[in-house]
Write a protein that binds this ligand. Structure first.
Ligand code: ATP
Ligand code: MG
Length: 418
């Protein structure tokens, strides 16, 4: 399967005339190649056609870039807003070439992209983040080991592979444990909480060969920090997001997180150090557990993150615009909040009826402070991220209440108040 859709009649040629080259100057930058700056007018390739690619494409287009999407899915959320989409198998050399040959710089919206695809893309254009960043982020064991060796605090963990090694891990780290597949987990998929050695038979060890056992952290809260990093090593962090999950899926984020000044500084410092440790170019979201006066890394994602969606309305520069600026080696934008607080509530497919009938959008918009984002996904499924609501303002509790109420009203069947 391969097809190409054009949303604009622009020539699919590289726009190198607008590119200027500067040598890496920062001592933080470990990339040895010359870094090239892509000015507006250039073509940015985005591997992945989901909501992150969609919001990236909107931000890039607003700045005058042309975005080409590469995805294996027809009718993807990003394809609706991008200049062009190449639909093909991500492992297909012809499809990769057709995509990459027209790009001045290439980035991505999910970390589980084959390293060979990134290597092939790199023959045509700088590809950020690199294959080595993906190799780290694709495997929780490598990720946690890398950060631990860099002196950064991570949840205590051990490699396990069967009941015996798990019991040894539980005895050393302390019960309960969270057992996770080392690869391919998202939204809590592939995770088991094991309270004691008696519950060891809950894990289907044969289903994959790499597992990690983590100490189950009795955290006070979960927060995340998104850091942007340019090819020449400049970094900028966003305000800290405080996240609550429901069924292991992000439910509500609020910025800024309620944290002491000392912990806020520490979380931002660790996020920058993590980005430098693995040499990320683009964005890195670092998810933390906060426990007492300690923060520890849960996991990272080298791309825009769900907890950062509130930056679209909430910050002077959104995470998506910052992603564009970072991979194009532009000056990074201000991450100051536009208002004292911002909050986001996720909209999952559970809000649709079993027959697939969409929620009552007008009810949610009856609160004039609510911003609605929908990702254009054709099919709603339980747990599937379909969109989100955002609100900004000066009263944290009131914002969370209003955005939650707006979401609840989506399931109302009556006519909206006008
Ligand atoms: P996503 O990519 O959607 O963030 P994921 O499947 O990669 O999710 P994690 O972030 O590792 O998984 O875990 C999802 C949630 O499960 C965490 O946000 C946290 O609420 C809980 N959790 C995970 N690991 C632990 C742990 N070691 N101790 C306590 N809670 C945990
Ligand atoms: Mg997570």
């Amino acid at each position: 399967m391969e097809s190409r859709t054009d949303n604009a009649q622009q020539p699919a040629t590289k726009s190198n005339p607008v590119a200027t080259s500067t040598q890496a100057t920062s001592t933080q930058a470990t990339s040895t190649q010359a870094t090239s700056t892509q000015a507006p007018g250039a073509t940015i390739g985005m591997v992945g056609g989901g909501q992150l690619g969609r919001m990236f494409a909107v931000a890039a287009a607003a700045m005058g870039y042309r975005v080409v999407i590469f995805t294996d899915a027809e009718n993807s959320p990003a394809s609706h807003v991008a200049a062009q989409t190449i639909v093909g198998d991500l492992n297909d050399p012809d499809a990769i070439d057709r995509f990459a040959e027209q790009c001045d710089v290439i980035t991505l919206e999910f970390e589980n992209i084959p390293a060979s695809t990134i290597a092939r893309c790199r023959q045509f254009a700088p590809t950020y983040p690199s294959a080595s960043v993906l190799a780290t982020a694709q495997n929780r064991l490598i990720e946690k080991t890398t950060f631990r060796e860099a002196g950064l605090p991570v949840t205590p963990f051990q490699r396990v592979h069967d009941v015996k090694s798990m019991i040894a891990a539980g005895d050393e780290l302390g019960w309960p444990l969270i057992i996770k597949t080392a690869r391919s987990g998202y939204d809590g998929k592939g995770q088991h909480r094991i309270d004691s050695s008696e519950a060891a038979d809950q894990v289907d060890w044969a289903s994959t060969d790499e597992w990690i056992a983590e100490k189950c952290i009795a955290f006070d809260k979960e927060v995340s920090v998104i850091v942007a990093r340019t090819p020449d090593g400049r970094c900028e962090t966003f305000p800290i997001f405080e996240n609550t999950h429901r069924n292991h899926i992000l439910d509500i984020s609020v910025a800024p997180a309620e944290l002491s000044d000392a912990l806020s500084v520490e979380a931002r410092r660790i996020a920058v150090a993590a980005a430098e440790a693995i040499d990320v170019i683009g964005l890195l979201c670092v998810e933390f557990f906060v426990s007492g006066d300690q923060v520890m890394i849960n996991e990272v994602a080298p791309r825009p993150h769900n907890s950062g969606h509130l930056t679209i309305e909430g910050c002077e520069t959104s995470q998506f615009e910052q992603h564009v600026r970072a991979v194009c080696n532009l000056p990074l934008g201000s991450t100051e909040q536009r208002t004292q607080f911002a909050t986001m509530a996720n909209l999952l497919g559970d809000l649709w009826t079993a027959e697939g009938e969409a929620p009552n959008w007008l009810q949610a918009l009856a609160d004039s402070g609510v911003s609605l984002h929908l990702y254009g996904k054709a099919e709603a499924r339980p747990g599937r991220k379909m969109g989100h609501l955002t609100m900004t303002g000066g009263n944290r509790d009131e914002l969370v209440k209003r955005v939650s109420e707006a979401r609840t009203k989506l399931q109302g069947s009556s006519e909206p108040s006008r």
